[in-house]
Design a protein around this ligand. Structure first.
Ligand SMILES: [Zn+2]
Length: 267
Protein backbone atom coordinates (compact mmCIF):
# COMPACT_ATOMS: atom_id res chain seq x y z
CA UNK A 1 0.00 0.00 0.00
CA UNK A 2 1.41 3.39 -0.87
CA UNK A 3 0.12 6.79 -0.01
CA UNK A 4 -0.52 9.10 -2.94
CA UNK A 5 0.44 12.11 -0.90
CA UNK A 6 3.61 10.84 0.73
CA UNK A 7 6.52 13.24 0.36
CA UNK A 8 9.20 14.72 2.51
CA UNK A 9 8.31 18.31 3.32
CA UNK A 10 11.08 20.85 3.67
CA UNK A 11 11.07 22.65 7.01
CA UNK A 12 10.09 26.30 7.21
CA UNK A 13 12.09 28.52 9.57
CA UNK A 14 9.98 31.23 11.15
CA UNK A 15 10.49 33.30 14.33
CA UNK A 16 13.13 30.83 15.50
CA UNK A 17 10.80 27.86 15.05
CA UNK A 18 11.26 24.94 12.70
CA UNK A 19 7.85 24.18 11.21
CA UNK A 20 6.69 21.38 8.95
CA UNK A 21 3.86 22.46 6.64
CA UNK A 22 1.64 20.05 4.78
CA UNK A 23 -0.22 21.49 1.81
CA UNK A 24 -3.31 19.39 2.55
CA UNK A 25 -3.73 21.35 5.81
CA UNK A 26 -2.62 24.71 4.40
CA UNK A 27 -5.67 24.87 2.15
CA UNK A 28 -8.29 24.53 4.91
CA UNK A 29 -9.93 27.85 5.65
CA UNK A 30 -9.87 28.93 9.29
CA UNK A 31 -7.42 26.24 10.39
CA UNK A 32 -4.32 27.13 12.36
CA UNK A 33 -1.71 24.46 12.98
CA UNK A 34 1.93 23.98 13.79
CA UNK A 35 4.02 20.85 13.51
CA UNK A 36 7.02 22.10 15.47
CA UNK A 37 10.58 20.86 15.54
CA UNK A 38 12.82 21.41 18.56
CA UNK A 39 13.96 24.99 17.92
CA UNK A 40 12.53 28.32 19.05
CA UNK A 41 12.10 27.76 22.79
CA UNK A 42 13.94 28.68 25.98
CA UNK A 43 14.88 25.30 27.51
CA UNK A 44 18.59 24.49 28.04
CA UNK A 45 20.34 21.26 27.04
CA UNK A 46 19.28 18.44 26.79
CA UNK A 47 15.82 19.96 26.37
CA UNK A 48 16.95 22.59 23.87
CA UNK A 49 14.90 24.28 23.20
CA UNK A 50 11.15 24.04 22.51
CA UNK A 51 10.36 21.31 25.04
CA UNK A 52 6.64 21.11 25.87
CA UNK A 53 6.44 18.11 28.23
CA UNK A 54 6.43 18.50 32.02
CA UNK A 55 7.51 14.93 32.76
CA UNK A 56 10.96 15.30 31.20
CA UNK A 57 13.01 16.84 34.04
CA UNK A 58 13.10 20.29 32.45
CA UNK A 59 12.17 23.33 34.57
CA UNK A 60 8.40 23.89 34.61
CA UNK A 61 8.86 27.62 33.93
CA UNK A 62 10.64 26.89 30.64
CA UNK A 63 7.86 24.60 29.49
CA UNK A 64 5.17 27.15 30.32
CA UNK A 65 7.14 29.81 28.41
CA UNK A 66 7.59 27.48 25.41
CA UNK A 67 3.88 26.67 25.25
CA UNK A 68 3.05 30.37 25.52
CA UNK A 69 5.38 31.08 22.56
CA UNK A 70 3.51 28.44 20.55
CA UNK A 71 0.10 29.80 21.57
CA UNK A 72 1.07 33.29 20.39
CA UNK A 73 2.62 32.03 17.15
CA UNK A 74 -0.58 30.18 16.21
CA UNK A 75 -2.88 32.85 17.66
CA UNK A 76 -5.03 30.72 19.98
CA UNK A 77 -6.74 31.81 23.17
CA UNK A 78 -5.83 28.54 24.93
CA UNK A 79 -3.64 25.52 24.44
CA UNK A 80 -5.12 22.26 25.76
CA UNK A 81 -3.22 19.06 26.38
CA UNK A 82 -3.55 15.66 28.05
CA UNK A 83 -1.39 13.49 30.20
CA UNK A 84 -0.52 11.04 27.43
CA UNK A 85 -0.41 7.45 28.64
CA UNK A 86 -0.17 5.36 25.42
CA UNK A 87 -3.80 4.31 25.87
CA UNK A 88 -6.82 5.02 23.71
CA UNK A 89 -8.87 7.38 25.83
CA UNK A 90 -10.26 10.24 23.78
CA UNK A 91 -11.11 13.64 25.28
CA UNK A 92 -13.98 15.37 23.47
CA UNK A 93 -14.16 19.13 24.01
CA UNK A 94 -17.62 20.33 23.02
CA UNK A 95 -19.75 23.19 24.32
CA UNK A 96 -20.64 21.18 27.45
CA UNK A 97 -17.03 20.41 28.36
CA UNK A 98 -15.93 22.17 31.58
CA UNK A 99 -12.84 24.00 30.34
CA UNK A 100 -10.82 25.24 33.26
CA UNK A 101 -8.13 27.68 32.11
CA UNK A 102 -5.25 28.12 34.55
CA UNK A 103 -3.41 31.29 35.39
CA UNK A 104 -0.48 30.08 33.31
CA UNK A 105 0.31 27.05 31.25
CA UNK A 106 -1.98 24.93 29.10
CA UNK A 107 -5.46 23.71 29.99
CA UNK A 108 -4.98 20.26 31.44
CA UNK A 109 -7.44 17.63 30.24
CA UNK A 110 -6.39 14.67 32.39
CA UNK A 111 -5.29 11.31 31.04
CA UNK A 112 -5.84 10.78 27.32
CA UNK A 113 -4.11 10.24 24.00
CA UNK A 114 -6.47 12.03 21.64
CA UNK A 115 -8.41 15.29 21.72
CA UNK A 116 -11.35 16.23 19.51
CA UNK A 117 -13.12 19.56 19.29
CA UNK A 118 -15.43 21.67 17.15
CA UNK A 119 -14.84 24.80 19.25
CA UNK A 120 -12.74 27.72 17.99
CA UNK A 121 -9.73 29.41 19.67
CA UNK A 122 -8.39 26.26 21.35
CA UNK A 123 -5.13 24.73 20.15
CA UNK A 124 -5.07 20.98 20.76
CA UNK A 125 -1.52 19.97 21.60
CA UNK A 126 0.08 16.54 21.29
CA UNK A 127 3.62 16.05 22.62
CA UNK A 128 5.95 13.63 20.89
CA UNK A 129 9.50 12.39 20.83
CA UNK A 130 9.44 9.58 18.19
CA UNK A 131 5.69 8.84 18.40
CA UNK A 132 3.36 10.15 15.71
CA UNK A 133 1.07 13.09 16.20
CA UNK A 134 -1.81 12.55 13.78
CA UNK A 135 -3.90 15.60 12.87
CA UNK A 136 -7.41 14.86 11.58
CA UNK A 137 -9.56 17.61 10.11
CA UNK A 138 -13.16 17.44 8.91
CA UNK A 139 -13.44 20.74 7.03
CA UNK A 140 -17.14 20.18 6.30
CA UNK A 141 -18.30 19.52 9.87
CA UNK A 142 -15.59 21.86 11.25
CA UNK A 143 -14.23 19.19 13.59
CA UNK A 144 -10.58 18.55 14.40
CA UNK A 145 -8.64 15.92 16.29
CA UNK A 146 -5.05 15.56 17.39
CA UNK A 147 -3.86 12.06 18.24
CA UNK A 148 -0.82 10.67 20.04
CA UNK A 149 0.05 7.44 18.28
CA UNK A 150 3.11 5.43 19.18
CA UNK A 151 3.40 1.74 18.48
CA UNK A 152 1.06 1.03 21.39
CA UNK A 153 -1.42 3.42 19.79
CA UNK A 154 -1.12 1.44 16.58
CA UNK A 155 -1.73 -1.84 18.42
CA UNK A 156 -4.90 -0.31 19.94
CA UNK A 157 -5.85 1.37 16.64
CA UNK A 158 -6.38 4.71 18.33
CA UNK A 159 -6.70 6.56 14.99
CA UNK A 160 -9.59 4.25 14.05
CA UNK A 161 -11.26 4.96 17.39
CA UNK A 162 -10.90 8.71 16.86
CA UNK A 163 -12.46 8.56 13.38
CA UNK A 164 -15.35 6.52 14.81
CA UNK A 165 -15.85 9.13 17.57
CA UNK A 166 -15.81 11.97 15.03
CA UNK A 167 -18.55 10.06 13.19
CA UNK A 168 -20.75 9.29 16.20
CA UNK A 169 -20.32 12.54 18.16
CA UNK A 170 -20.08 15.04 15.31
CA UNK A 171 -21.52 13.22 12.26
CA UNK A 172 -18.23 13.56 10.39
CA UNK A 173 -18.01 11.70 7.10
CA UNK A 174 -14.60 9.92 6.98
CA UNK A 175 -14.41 10.60 3.24
CA UNK A 176 -14.11 14.30 4.06
CA UNK A 177 -11.42 13.91 6.72
CA UNK A 178 -7.93 15.16 5.93
CA UNK A 179 -5.07 13.59 7.89
CA UNK A 180 -1.43 14.47 8.48
CA UNK A 181 1.21 12.36 10.20
CA UNK A 182 3.97 14.32 11.97
CA UNK A 183 7.71 13.63 11.94
CA UNK A 184 8.25 10.49 14.03
CA UNK A 185 10.43 7.42 14.11
CA UNK A 186 10.88 6.15 10.57
CA UNK A 187 11.27 2.66 9.10
CA UNK A 188 15.04 3.24 9.24
CA UNK A 189 15.00 3.27 13.06
CA UNK A 190 11.76 1.61 14.24
CA UNK A 191 13.38 -1.63 15.32
CA UNK A 192 11.30 -4.08 17.33
CA UNK A 193 13.33 -7.16 18.16
CA UNK A 194 10.45 -8.69 20.13
CA UNK A 195 7.80 -7.77 17.60
CA UNK A 196 6.23 -11.23 17.73
CA UNK A 197 5.29 -10.54 21.35
CA UNK A 198 3.98 -7.00 20.95
CA UNK A 199 2.51 -6.75 17.45
CA UNK A 200 -0.48 -8.68 16.10
CA UNK A 201 0.33 -10.85 13.09
CA UNK A 202 -1.61 -8.46 10.88
CA UNK A 203 1.25 -5.95 11.37
CA UNK A 204 4.06 -8.30 10.43
CA UNK A 205 3.93 -7.51 6.73
CA UNK A 206 4.78 -3.88 7.57
CA UNK A 207 8.32 -5.06 8.29
CA UNK A 208 10.88 -3.65 5.88
CA UNK A 209 13.54 -6.15 6.92
CA UNK A 210 14.06 -8.66 9.74
CA UNK A 211 12.69 -6.46 12.55
CA UNK A 212 12.29 -2.86 11.37
CA UNK A 213 8.71 -1.67 10.87
CA UNK A 214 7.12 1.07 8.83
CA UNK A 215 4.80 2.54 11.47
CA UNK A 216 3.75 5.32 9.07
CA UNK A 217 2.29 2.71 6.74
CA UNK A 218 0.52 1.01 9.67
CA UNK A 219 -1.20 4.29 10.62
CA UNK A 220 -1.96 4.96 6.96
CA UNK A 221 -3.64 1.55 6.62
CA UNK A 222 -5.65 2.11 9.80
CA UNK A 223 -6.86 5.49 8.54
CA UNK A 224 -7.87 3.97 5.20
CA UNK A 225 -9.63 1.11 7.02
CA UNK A 226 -11.52 3.77 9.02
CA UNK A 227 -12.85 5.21 5.76
CA UNK A 228 -10.39 7.96 4.84
CA UNK A 229 -9.37 8.44 1.25
CA UNK A 230 -5.63 7.78 0.61
CA UNK A 231 -5.41 11.05 -1.30
CA UNK A 232 -6.39 12.91 1.90
CA UNK A 233 -3.54 11.51 3.99
CA UNK A 234 -0.10 13.16 4.17
CA UNK A 235 3.00 11.77 5.84
CA UNK A 236 5.76 14.25 6.66
CA UNK A 237 8.39 11.62 5.94
CA UNK A 238 10.94 12.78 8.53
CA UNK A 239 12.52 10.34 10.98
CA UNK A 240 13.00 12.01 14.37
CA UNK A 241 15.84 9.70 15.44
CA UNK A 242 17.91 10.41 12.31
CA UNK A 243 17.72 14.20 12.56
CA UNK A 244 18.93 15.66 15.88
CA UNK A 245 19.23 19.05 14.19
CA UNK A 246 15.46 19.29 13.94
CA UNK A 247 13.94 16.86 16.45
CA UNK A 248 14.00 15.46 19.94
CA UNK A 249 14.13 11.68 19.97
CA UNK A 250 13.51 9.51 22.97
CA UNK A 251 15.14 6.49 21.32
CA UNK A 252 18.26 8.47 20.48
CA UNK A 253 18.72 10.40 23.72
CA UNK A 254 16.48 9.04 26.50
CA UNK A 255 16.81 12.32 28.40
CA UNK A 256 15.33 14.80 25.96
CA UNK A 257 12.43 17.12 25.35
CA UNK A 258 9.18 16.54 23.51
CA UNK A 259 7.97 18.37 20.44
CA UNK A 260 4.58 20.00 19.94
CA UNK A 261 2.02 19.43 17.24
CA UNK A 262 -0.89 21.83 17.68
CA UNK A 263 -4.08 22.32 15.69
CA UNK A 264 -7.21 24.39 16.14
CA UNK A 265 -9.80 26.66 14.54
CA UNK A 266 -9.24 30.38 14.49
CA UNK A 267 -11.99 32.51 16.03
ZN1 LIG B 1 15.73 6.98 11.22
Amino acid sequence: MTCQRKFVVEPVFKNGFTLFRLTSLDNIEGLSYGIFGRSGGVSPKPYDSLNVAFSTGDDEKNIITNIELIRKELDFEFIASCNQVHGKKIVVIDKDFPLRPRKEGPIFLGDGDAIITNLPRIGLMIKTGDCQAVILVDPVGRVIANVHCGWRGNVQNIVGEVVRTMKTDFSSNPENIIAAISPSIGPCCAEFIYYREIFPEAFWHFRINENHFNLWEITLSQLIEAGLSPKNISISGWCTRCHPEYFFSYRREKRSGRMATVVGWRG
